[in-house]
Design a protein around this ligand. Structure first.
Ligand SMILES: Cc1cc2nc3c(=O)[nH]c(=O)nc-3n(C[C@H](O)[C@H](O)[C@H](O)COP(=O)(O)O)c2cc1C
Length: 184
């Protein structure tokens, strides 16, 4: 039997990422779970940033952001960037994170992230609580060890569901495995 609950966004698991924003002189790092994939060519991702966040003004002013995927070992840094504000602290110092120079954007990425998506803002949609930024991915920076045939294949990433951080789980199959003809 199922019980009826009040409407909410229950999609899970979500990626627990750190989005960096700003440029070389003013920048910040914000933890986000509401990040999504919305277009293939060109590659476009979205981030939903609550109107009250300090990061929102930086993203709006500079028109860029970088989505840094995080490994389970960085869970403390992810949490720190999600409970402190750039208004009050230097989160890079507080969370032990290192700014890397952007390649296709002025926004720094995180050296500690295995995979960083550098994005330029192409659209913004304001919803009642959150601003949704659409970012065209202009560069993908991947740690060498996770690249297989030119594609990033990170072993385990950090996810978030119902207030709990988790490591992504066991591999259960590969894309399209059910359609493969099994030769005897
Ligand atoms: C796991 C986790 C996920 C979060 N996801 C979001 C999100 O998707 N959007 C958002 O606006 N804030 C999200 N937050 C809250 C912000 O990270 C938090 O309010 C942060 O302090 C804002 O930083 P800033 O003021 O420096 O921009 C999340 C926090 C945590 C811990």
């Amino acid at each position: 039997m199922k019980v009826q609950l009040k409407p909410s966004t229950c999609l899970a698991p979500l990626p627990a990422v750190i989005v960096t924003c700003g440029d070389e002189t003013e920048n910040n790092a914000i933890t986000l779970a509401w990040a999504g994939t919305v277009n293939a060519e060109p590659p476009i991702v979205t981030i939903a940033v609550r109107h009250s966040r300090f990061s929102l003004g930086l993203i709006e002013r500079h028109g860029e952001f970088t989505v840094n995927l995080m490994e389970p070992s960085m869970v403390r840094a992810v949490d720190t960037c999600g409970i402190t504000s750039g208004r009050d602290v230097d989160k890079f110092a507080a969370a032990g994170l290192t700014r890397g120079h952007g390649m296709g954007v002025k926004c720094p990425h995180l050296e500690e992230s295995p995979l960083s998506l550098e994005c330029k803002v192409i659209n913004r949609v304001d919803l009642p609580t959150h601003a949704v930024f659409f970012g065209e991915v202009v560069d993908v920076l991947a740690r060498e060890e996770i690249v297989r045939n030119g594609r990033p294949v990170p072993e385990a990433l950090l996810s978030y569901a119902n207030g709990i951080y988790r490591a992504t789980g066991d591999a259960l199959g590969t894309y399209g495995f059910t359609g493969k003809v099994i030769k005897k």
